[in-house]
Design a protein around this ligand. Structure first.
Ligand code: PGA
Ligand code: ZN
Length: 418
């Protein structure tokens, strides 16, 4: 068994120009790998802690302390040890941290090491990362069954200054053939560009590569997507369905009312759920993520009953934060029927895998997701294939850090099915 000979983190920049960690590892057999850590903007309050330096540097967002924690504390614990069981190394890091939310060493520090150890072991075993991850964590994936992409082509909420309350308006192609699904998405994206130009609307993009035009209502993006789909020669409901990440914690007011700024009106949880059901009828809205706020447990069950009856996907992101403990509560309360998985919400790959397994055991569908702050690291593409995820959400069909994930999936597809 090879030993860890080299472990080093540095501070790099993410897609928003904010600092994040890149970690490189080398084993005694010469295997070498590098991984980078993503970062969210609309973060759930129950996520593991992302350690930032504060002070003047990078407006307080520096990660020098997290880098130091990797290079001193975590390296001190792991260097010259055999690396063979990632559950053990992840557990050792969590124990060294000693807090429930990784506040001492930082979830960003721990995740950087967790990811790079998986990558370097896959290099050592001469296996593609998706195959290595499947075997190491006991998944038996069917590599001909690929996750369905969710392309976030109109950006709102905290990801753009479009004024939209809802954060992500997504295209969900129905094609089982992954390259066909990507082509279909890209053609609609290009048609959306033309449509916006023809209306003299802005075609600048937001954090996840979707357009961010200033529109009159939160319904207008749904109408635009429906039109772009027709213009591209596809049929809404047959070739393509729609998805929405409301990220609604961001517009819930203390009085329990969800406030839609563009319309100048507030909706109760029931009214908001009724709106999703209406959009299901009108626009083939198939999936709603964070349709209600992260601690609105009682109303989540009501939403899942209503939308579940329409065969819609009700996805918990900030609700579950990739944490088995919160997912267990959700299963007991029948709060949702799908979970969004983000590796940095929980901070280790092993805990991420535990959440995916628990979700599967309880018939929840699995969505593997990027963050709004990304790098060109493509680990989540391999992860999605390894666990046979139902969906992958990696942003729009523009911006290199988003396309890196879809292009990695196209590469894996050609290796397995080409
Ligand atoms: P975030 O957004 O990375 O800013 O949290 C993504 C999401 O809410 O799904
Ligand atoms: Zn979300």
């Amino acid at each position: 068994m090879p030993k860890l000979k080299f472990l080093k983190a540095i501070e790099i920049l993410d897609s928003r120009g904010n600092p994040t960690l890149q970690v490189t590892a080398e084993l005694s057999d010469g295997s070498r790998a590098t991984a980078a850590v993503p970062s969210g903007a609309s973060t759930g309050s129950h996520e593991a802690l992302e350690l930032r330096d504060g002070g003047k540097r990078f407006l307080g967002r520096g990660v020098q302390q997290a880098v130091k924690n990797v290079n001193e504390k975590l390296a001190g614990r792991l260097l010259n040890k055999e690396i063979k069981d990632l559950k053990k190394t992840d557990k050792a890091m969590c124990e060294l941290d000693g807090t429930a939310n990784k506040a001492k060493l930082g979830a960003n520090a721990i995740l950087g090491v967790s990811l790079v150890l998986a990558k370097v072991l896959s290099v050592s075993e001469k296996k593609p990362l998706y195959q290595f991850l499947a075997e190491h964590y006991g998944f038996k994936p069917d590599f001909s069954k690929f996750p369905r992409p969710m392309f976030n082509v109109i950006n709102g909420g905290l990801h753009a200054d479009s004024g939209l309350s809802f954060q992500e308006f997504m295209l969900l192609p129905t094609q089982k053939d992954f390259p066909e699904a990507v082509r279909c998405g890209a053609e609609v994206f290009q048609n959306l560009l033309r449509l916006l130009k023809s209306r003299a609307a802005s075609t600048l993009v937001g954090d996840e590569g979707g357009f961010a035009p200033k529109l009159r209502s939160n319904e207008e993006p749904m109408q635009l997507l429906a039109q772009a789909i027709v213009q591209a020669g596809y049929v809404l409901g047959k070739d393509m369905e729609l998805g929405l990440d409301a990220a609604s914690t961001q517009f819930l007011k203390p009085n329990g009312i969800y406030s839609l700024a563009l319309e100048g009106k507030g909706l109760s949880a029931e009214q908001l759920v009724a709106l999703y059901a209406e959009w299901h009828e009108k626009y083939h809205l198939h999936l709603v993520e964070d349709g209600l706020a992260e601690d609105d447990w009682g109303n989540w069950a009501m939403m899942t009953k209503t939308l579940g009856n329409l065969k819609m996907r009700v996805v918990g992101d900030d609700l579950f934060v990739t944490d088995v403990k919160r997912l267990k509560q959700g299963v007991e309360k029948k709060a949702a029927n799908a979970i969004l998985i983000k590796v940095n919400q929980i901070g280790t790959l092993s805990q991420t895998m535990a959440a995916i397994k628990y979700a599967r055991q309880h018939k929840y569908q699995v969505v593997i997701s990027h963050r709004s702050g990304e790098t060109c690291d493509t680990t989540i593409a391999d992860l999605a294939v390894a666990v046979n995820a139902d969906y992958i959400k990696a942003g729009s069909l523009s911006r290199g850090e988003r396309l890196a994930k879809y292009n990695r999936l196209l590469t894996i597809w050609s290796e397995e099915n080409g």
